[in-house]
Structures are given as structure tokens and as C-alpha cells.
Write a protein that binds this ligand. Sequence first.
Ligand code: FAD
Ligand code: MG
Ligand code: MG
Ligand code: MG
Length: 565
Amino acid sequence: KGGPDNLPILKYRLDDYDSPEKEELVYRPKLVVLGSGWGSVGVLKSLKYGDYDVTVISPTNYFLFTPLLPSAATGTLEVKTLIESIRAIVNRLNGHYLEAYADKVEFSEKLIRVHQLDKVTGEMVEFYVPYDKLVVAVGSNSNTHGVEGLNHCHQLKTAEDAIAIKKKISTILETACLPTTTDEERKKMLSFVVCGGGPTGVEFAAEVFDLLNEDLPKAYPKLLRQELSVHVIQSRSNILNTYDERISEYATQRFRKDDIDVLTNSRVVKILPDEVIFNQKNEETGEVELKSLPFGFCLWSTGVAQNPLAKTIVASLPNSQRNKRAIETDSHLRVIGAPLGDVYAIGDCSTVRTDMAEHTVDLVRKHIIDKHLKNVQSTAIITDDDIKTMKLTYSEIFELGHELSRRYPQASEALNVLNELVPVYDVNNTGHLQFDQISKLLKDIDSRVTSLPATAQRAAQQGKYLGKKLSKLARSSLTLSANEILDGDIDAAVSKPFCYKHLGSLAYIGNSAVFDLPGYSFVGGLIAMYLWRGTYFAQSVSLRTRVLLFLDWLKRGLFGRDFLP
Ligand code: FAD
Ligand code: MG
Ligand code: MG
Ligand code: MG
């Protein structure tokens, strides 16, 4: 027992050290990964066997291929097709898996407090798991926006959610067909409302719409098309508003043409058991009107909120963490404020901080030393005060800019406008900038850096980067000389900072797809979408998933959707 709460510490008593292969790994550094989603699986799949004694802690014992979840919720795909056992993934590394929640991290003692309800005895069990390296990839929760009555809605984040939705749709359709159901009741029952016009809400609405049009006439001939309706309530003026503007407008028009009711500039106020109450703002007059919409089915899908563990971690590092919505890391994905190199955070629960302005002194000093004083070992010869009286010419600042792009890849786009900004900060046209001006300039650039998107694409890239780096770190003691470890920063010695590559966004909008790729956007057919989705997630999807997907699509093509359990 030990730790601040005097709980049992599970050192060598994880589940299964008794097998000879696992016993060999006991003496490797302990790597604990929290979560079993895109970020975590990215780490696990790119880690080399034998480098760590790996433990995954997550309440979910499967990895979920979220991009196709809307299809599974509407019977186009089997839910099982989209999930992969986390144990199978962990077993490749001869690691351990604990189905449990992480509650808190004790940074100084390198312990994670974990809890789980013992499903047999009904008792809550609590214990500590020690780590040498910790990866936090616990994702995000749904945002409630403080709206009342969300218990009357479905959500779509987990496999269980998709199964519950499928069941509910089937129940609605069957009840609608009962002879005792009146016309009025039937109409209300067959009203499908989606709150939120982001990709998940839009894809779900498109799938439901297809289902009602394609499969119902055959499967439920009693239900009349005109009794069915699909509504999307969106707070902005278009759906898919994070996409390119043309796509966003196209998707909105396309939905309206298809007879999907798109209610824009509308904010949900309250959800009643069978009715959504919302405010709609008239774009021309600016007047706000309170409206209501009856439903038989309602999906709540309006953005992400912070995971409780992420919140606890941020709160426990009050002097270092400044962002209220995500765990901040440096560009090597290390949690800011935790002992350097012990704890990493990736995926939806995290954000990469760019704070160049704060480090102006060090950045300028390093730049000058690298450039002029290559052979001088000590950096102390130039004091902070020396730096603060220095001026840099435009070309020196551009050189500094190049160096910064390398150190802060997430800022490289913002740094591209450096040549426009420098003259603006040089108010007296002197041809150079003084220290204060450089500092203000960097602050301006910091504020232009856009945060990384909360997507599978980002989480997977970060996971892959981190898995590779962790393997390099495990071997680094053998390969690195002291000289290579500048300022004691081993991470920087073994790998470059994380750099996100945006490969584009896409969404299914009803028998066609919209693509928002870097540089161009277009509308394509379904096959194009699946091919594209296949390529950009290629490494994350197992052969099993690919085979099952193919069979599901074949089945749907031949026999239509089904709602059988
Ligand atoms: P997640 O994948 O959410 O994983 C978090 C994991 O942490 C889960 O296993 C969870 O059980 C576990 N966990 C939670 N709390 C704890 C705790 N206290 N202790 C331990 N474990 C915990 N992105 C795209 O790029 N393209 C798409 O087309 C796309 N479509 C989507 C469709 C839907 C329906 C949804 C819901 C999301 C979609 N996304 C898409 C977004 C994408 O799924 C997320 O951005 C991605 O899952 C984030 O990965 P993550 O690893 O950060 O978190
Ligand atoms: Mg994860
Ligand atoms: Mg996931
Ligand atoms: Mg995460």
C-alpha cells in the first residue's frame, strides 16, 4: 500500500506476469497508456515489441472505428465490423489490459489512481498503478451546453450508442405500423431530429434519410413517405461549418433539395420527452423566435467537452496549465508542468501550446549562439539583459523564423506571414527590430496559430509519432552520447517535434460525399469516399475490419439495411 490515498500499489501483480514472455518484460520501463481509442491504438501499433512493459487502462475493451459509426447506427454496417478487441492489440506487445477508469495522476510518485466497479461483488475497487512513462489519450465527452433534458436524446460516441440507436429506430418503425397507432401519433413518431450540424450529425441525418427512402418502402410498405421527416438543428448559418465555405453551402443546399429540414441559426433551449424547444434567429431582421419541434427520435451531437480525467490533470498543475478545455503539451507532446518526459497527452483531450513570445530571450539567444558562436560551449556569456538590448535585422529575423518553424511545426503556417508582419512592427522604418518589438511580433504569431482539430486523423498521427518516439527513447541510452542530449532534452535528441499533416476532411451527405482536401474541395461519389477513407485510415484498420466492411457493403447492396439484432 502507499500513495497519498494509501491504496494498494499494483507493481508486479498485474494480471498475468506468470507467462515466461511477460516475465522477461518485467524489467523493462513501465509504459501505461490511458484510453483505447485512436490516440492509444496509434501508440500501441507503432511501438516496437520488447521496449516496454505495457499496460493499457480503459473502461472500453475495444477500439472503435468512429468515422463509420453513423452507418452502423442506421443498419448499413454491423457495429461489430467497426470494433477491434483492445486485448488483441495489447497482446502483440505482451502487455496488460485493465478494464477500469483512471481518476488521477500523482506526478511526483509516478502513480495513477484507478477505479472500477467489481461487477461480481458490486463493490468499488481502487488501487494505484505505477508508471515510468505515461500516455494520456482519454478523448473527450459530448458537450451538453447546459441544455436540460438530454436524457431524452441519444448520443453517438460508442458502439453501445450505435446499438441503442438501431434498436430505437426499429422500435419506432414497428410501433408506427401497429393498427392502434393514430395518423397523428405516427407522424410525430417518424420525426427524426438531429441537434448539431457537424460531420457526425450530418452523416447520421443523411443515413437516416437514405434509410427512409431506400429501405422503408420495401420493408415497411405500410408507412407512407410523406409521414416521415428528418430535421437538423444547427446554430450556424450552414451545416458542416468547419469545412470549406463552398462545401458547407453545397451541403446545406443539397439537404434542403433532398427534403431534409435544415433549421439554421437555431439554438436548442430544452429537450422535452417528445419535443425540442429552440430559439431561431431570423438572419435578415435579427429577431429571435422560440419554436418547438416534435420528435420520435432525437440525436444530440453538438461538439466536444473535456473528459473528467483531463480536467483533473489540468487542475492539478495550476501553475503550468492555462487552457481550460484541454491538457496543454509542448511540441514534443509532453504535458507542460509534469516532470519533463514522464507524461504525454495526445488526441482530443490535448492541445499543443505555442508560446514563442514567452521564450523570446532564449530563442534569440539560441539563434545568436548557433549563428555566431558555434564553438562556444557555455551559453551564460550572453546575459538576459544583453539580449534585451539587441536589435535584429530583417534577414536575421527571417532566419529566426525558419528556426522557429522547425521547433514549432504547428506554427509554420502562421510564420509564413512573417515578411508581411516584420515591417508593421518596425514602426520607425529602421530596418531592424528591437527586443520588445520581436517579443510583440512573436505574441502576434502565437495568437495566429490555429489549434489542432479534434479528429481521428490528428489523434492517430500523434499516436503514431509518440509510439515511434517511445521506442527510440527506450533505446536511446545505448545510442546517444551526452553531447547529443542538449539541455537534458532527450526527446528533442531522438526525434523532431510533432508536425500535423492535414489530409483533408470528408463527409457523407446522402449517396454522395463532400471532400475538403488541402488545396481543393469537391463532391464525389460514394465509392470515392470509401476509397479515400480507406487510404487515409489505411494503417489504422486491421485486415479483419476490411474484410468485414466489404462483406457488410456487399450485403447491404444485395439485401438492403437491416435492423435485426
Ligand atoms: P477516443 O478515440 O475517444 O478514445 C478515448 C478513450 O479513452 C476511449 O477508449 C475511452 O473509453 C477512454 N477513456 C475515457 N475516460 C477514461 C479514463 N478516465 N481512464 C481511462 N480511459 C478512459 N474523426 C475523423 O478524423 N474523421 C471522421 O470521419 C470522424 N468521424 C467521427 C464520427 C463519430 C460518430 C464520432 C463520435 C467521432 C468522429 N471523429 C472523426 C472524431 C474521432 O473519433 C475523435 O477525434 C477520436 O476518436 C479522438 O481520439 P482519442 O484517442 O483522443 O479519443
Ligand atoms: Mg485514445
Ligand atoms: Mg476512438
Ligand atoms: Mg485523447
